[in-house]
Ligand binder design. Sequence first.
Ligand SMILES: C[S@@+](CC[C@H](N)C(=O)[O-])C[C@H]1O[C@@H](n2cnc3c(N)ncnc32)[C@H](O)[C@@H]1O
Length: 393
Amino acid sequence: MQKKIEINPSARNALLAGHPWIFSGKVLSPLDGYENGETVQVYCEGKLMGTGFVSPKNSICIRMVSRQAVETNRDFFVQRFLQMQRLKRRFVGEQTNMYRLCFSESDFIPGLIVDNYNRHLVIQTNSAGAMKNRDVIADALIASMKPLSITDRTDDETFKTEHFKAPASKGLIYGEMREEELIMKENGVLFYVDVKGGHKTGFYLDQRENRETAGKISSQKSVLNLCSYTGGFTIYSLIGGAARTVSVDVSAKVLSLLDRNVELNRISADKNKSVKADVFDFVTNENLDKFDVIIIDPPAFAKHVSEVKQAEKAYRYINSAVLKKAKSETFILTSSCTSVVDQEMFADLMEKCIRDSQRDVRIVRKTFLPPDHPALFHFKEGEYLKSFLLYVI
Ligand SMILES: C[S@@+](CC[C@H](N)C(=O)[O-])C[C@H]1O[C@@H](n2cnc3c(N)ncnc32)[C@H](O)[C@@H]1O
């Protein structure tokens, strides 16, 4: 029997509009009566508002799972995963075998990430509710997805933030995964993916559609890939016919995987130059007027609202330098994956960069997350990735 939790009527409108979080200041019930991560029924003025996971010690205190009263048992998760699978597979073609199965709040299992790498599943539990249900979730994934393996990549910092004791079993929690790096396919392009130690769950699945765009505009061109990671944009550009690419990243480890990805796709190694450098130094010191396409995909520069100003400064520095130095008729594909810098803020700061550079610039395309990373109405926190494809006159 689930416990009830009563919320302040001032939280009701946001909840009805679809925002999945309730902050601790809006909860009327005494919070010490709840176990961290337990599933509760949410009430407002005696009326059922739905079901949520409770994190009694966090400011984001309730994360909604459903507008209905639901049991979060194995069958519930099985049905949810099957539904996600039906949705996601409609957008991911036969030539792609890696995609996001579960995107947390936006797939109505708040705090749970499940990425599918050709039936090797990698999960991250980022809420106490997902952590508490981890084993039931794994059972439901086994039943619904018939995976070859499941790896839990929740990091220690997240357990601390959620005040949750890390489970004894982490890393590979089900099945077998023999290879250190798996070979995956995205739109027919091959990548080594390090699911054990790579960034996120191993690959930046969220940039799939922008990578396709890069492939389309790169034929015969010279491409600069800033913050390249393992070469997603580089390989698409080269397969799209780029004359040459320069790939810049601060990490030697990811660049060595990038070099192997070039080879894996049977591209001649001399087409790409991998440069280990800090992006701020690179855009300051290098000539950028020899490139026709410049990709800018830096890491998230802020985690909290308190760091937004420093994130804006970092974006402005890189984008202004590129805009000032780029030659005429250059495409610039620039992204921000910082969730506290929302779409409007990113557009504002790009406007300032364009003003600083005194260049005439077209916006050729604005893009958001791909369909395996859906969004919710009234929940802009989930729409962390936003990009502009610009064309400098
Ligand atoms: C968002 S990821 C890029 C993902 C990539 N575009 C893809 O499609 O796979 C950001 C990358 O920036 C790199 N990075 C972080 N700080 C950097 C810095 N100061 N200079 C250069 N690269 C940096 C990280 O190592 C990481 O590979």
